[in-house]
Design a protein. Structure first.
Length: 642
């Protein structure tokens, strides 16, 4: 019989899509979710392709696609499934993400009904494998400046796809080196209508996505398409990342994914969104699911690493206390507890934040959702910050778990070293983390106008003075349960209650608000002449403001989930876990809290003592907390975790 505390904690962690998670635990077989050690790159790639096909055969390729065209579940469910699949081979996870999330998602979200009818069934069943060709040698984060061109020839009703420079070569593209037969290519769209007298009489309309066949049925590159292989990478050996270059490749006009802008019958450009910047960011906003998935997938990998390390720490013995008959279990040492348990607590908190953004994604982008520009911008800002925080947490946690397992952790059979190598790139794909934190900070400082994603300071600083007074940032802390916690918080000079969630939440609130307000004060000094220099000089402050805000969002989401539980042992245990998360975060930022008068030195020492006490208190529950994560035993093959 299962432990009722484990069951209740797991149900709380599983959230709205608990049924899908349970189904995935039962059906995602280790036979095709894991890869054996020692494979060559060619063997690993071949196995990954076969496993992708197996996932499609099981019907999982349909999750998140429009039901009218054979899709299943809802849009955000695909993010949940991505988390579950991250408990297996991460090469397979990324391959799945490229095929169904990026390639298929672009067709579904940027295309129209004719594209859906023509392609979605073959994409969902993996009969048509594809790539998402956005990144170029010269441009990664700055998508708006991509150099690949898509020029409309009105005489033939075709688009001509061209790679005009070496820096315009598409690179790091998943599925490109081996499998893709078609690519969604992001390019600068140019037409002859309304010429502004530049570029040979063509007018540019910004970046658009075009479906471009790249291989024939036999797997050979099509005329004008040059395909390269990125070769050996630091991780993800089963993913065939490669390059695309195009030389005057012609495709039908209908291959333009024209949900937000297209070419009319008379050859003129048409769009329901007049402003090109707003159109560009609206288009990219529909693809925010990718960042939600990357954050959730990396968080799931961190949980698996914690499960391996904590199980090992619960059985591995080293050294003995005087008079003891046998050596101590290493998880009984406070230093080992401190290494793993605060990270486990953070994994719990991040899970609830991930659930919250996934639910919000469904509300804003699910079938039948009404347009909500402000809500969409707020979601994009929060997802950007959460993706950065979660992927960095995953890298830090997996490395800590590897070290906690000593030499055994370095053995490939124990799964940790490959996991760390694979997760490494999560910090830079779907957006470089540092750039994403700047984007998140800008979302806090502006009113989400059409230029929200351009990091040019002039678009931001002009509106700050009035906005801060109006408290632009959306506050979730006003909800009744959380507000009660803040209302009962002890003051900054009170040396008691340092293990109180109410006090910790108050500290998170004060830190986020103070950092944002002082950043706004710095940027108020901007003029036309010094705006860039001022923003550039404040980037450390910008990044800290974003992190402080995301930390607050994470704690608030976790506390809302906690508030929703039925009173009892499971809720009490989760409360202690979340307290450990909050206090360990405050402990890491002690310098800021002391420098800004939020805590005194006595309370600072008390925070450390409380973290120690919580680690000792949670030690007997460590395996319970690991079991509640819901990782299928067959996916944890590490001998040290058995």
């Amino acid at each position: 019989m299962s432990d009722p505390i484990v069951t209740e904690l797991r149900d709380t962690l599983d959230g709205r899509w608990a049924d899908l998670r349970r189904q995935a635990r039962e059906e995602l077989s280790a036979e095709w979710m894991l890869a054996p050690n020692g494979l060559s790159i060619a063997e690993h790639r071949e196995l990954t392709t076969k496993s992708l096909q197996r996932i499609a055969d099981e019907g999982y390729g349909r999750v998140g696609f429009p039901t009218a065209f054979g899709g299943e579940f809802d849009y955000a469910a695909s993010c949940v499934l991505f988390e579950m699949q991250a408990l297996g081979d991460l090469s397979l996870l990324v391959k799945v993400g490229v095929q169904f999330g990026l390639f298929g998602g672009a067709v579904a979200r940027l295309g129209t009904e004719r594209h859906h009818k023509a392609y979605l069934e073959d994409i969902m069943t993996a009969k048509l494998l594809g790539s998402f060709a956005m990144t170029e040698v010269g441009h990664g984060s700055n998508v708006q400046a991509l150099e690949t061109t898509a020029t409309y020839d009105d005489s033939t009703h075709e688009l001509i796809i061209d790679t005009p420079t070496e820096s315009a070569v598409k690179t790091y593209i998943g599925n490109a080196a081996k499998d893709a037969r078609m690519a969604v290519v992001f390019a600068q769209l140019r037409t002859e209508d309304g010429t502004d007298g530049t570029d040979g009489g063509h007018r540019g309309h910004g970046v658009h996505a075009v479906l471009v066949p790249v291989r024939d049925e036999a797997g050979n590159p099509l005329p004008g398409v040059t395909i390269g292989d990125n070769g050996v990478k630091g991780g993800l050996p089963g993913v065939d990342n490669g390059t695309f270059a195009f030389e005057q490749v012609r495709v039908p006009k209908d291959n333009l994914l024209d949900a937000f802008g297209g070419i009319g019958e008379d050859g003129s450009y048409v769009s329901s969104i007049d402003n090109p910047d707003r159109r560009f960011f609206t288009m990219l906003g529909t693809l925010v699911r990718g960042r939600v998935c990357v954050g959730g997938g990396s968080g799931a990998a961190a949980k698996k690493a914690l499960a391996i390390a904590i199980r090992y720490g619960s059985s591995r013995r080293q050294f003995s206390a005087p008079g003891a008959e046998q050596e101590n279990v290493i998880l009984d040492y406070l230093a080992h507890q401190r290494n793993l348990l605060p990270r486990l607590a953070k994994a719990y908190a991040l899970s609830f934040a991930q659930n919250a953004v996934t639910e919000r994604l469904q509300e804003l982008q699910g079938e039948g959702a009404e347009p909500d520009q402000e809500g969409q911008r707020e979601l994009e800002s929060r997802v950007a910050g959460l993706k950065a925080v979660t992927t960095w947490h995953a890298l830090d946690t997996i490395q800590a778990c590897r070290e906690a397992c000593g030499g055994a952790g370095y053995m490939a059979e124990n799964q940790l070293v490959q996991m760390h190598a694979d997760v490494d790139v999560f910090a830079t794909f779907e957006g470089d983390n540092t750039v994403l934190l700047q984007l998140a900070a800008k979302g806090l400082l502006t009113d989400y106008k059409e230029m929200w994603g351009d990091l040019d300071a002039m678009g931001m600083v002009g509106k700050i003075a009035g906005q801060l007074g109006d408290r632009l940032v959306e506050r979730t802390a006003g909800r009744a349960g959380l507000q009660r916690l803040i209302d009962t918080a002890t003051g900054r000079d009170d040396d008691s209650a340092t293990d109180s969630l109410s006090w910790a939440l108050s500290m998170f609130e004060q830190r986020a608000e103070h950092v944002l307000e002082t950043l706004g004060n710095r940027l108020r000094k901007a003029t036309k002449d010094n705006a860039f220099e001022l923003f550039n000089a404040a980037q450390d402050h910008v990044l800290f403001a974003a992190r402080a805000h995301i930390d607050r969002c994470v704690l608030e989401a976790a506390l809302e989930a906690h508030e929703g539980m039925t009173a009892g042992a499971a809720k009490d245990l989760l409360g202690r876990v979340l307290t450990l998360y909050a206090l360990s975060s405050i402990e890491q930022d002690k310098a800021w809290f002391i420098e800004h008068g939020r805590i005194n030195t006595t309370r600072s020492r008390a925070v450390t003592a409380s973290v120690n006490d919580l680690c000792r208190e949670l030690r007997p529950h460590a395996l319970t907390l690991v079991d509640a994560l819901g990782i299928p035993d067959e996916l944890i093959t590490a001998p040290i975790a058995q």
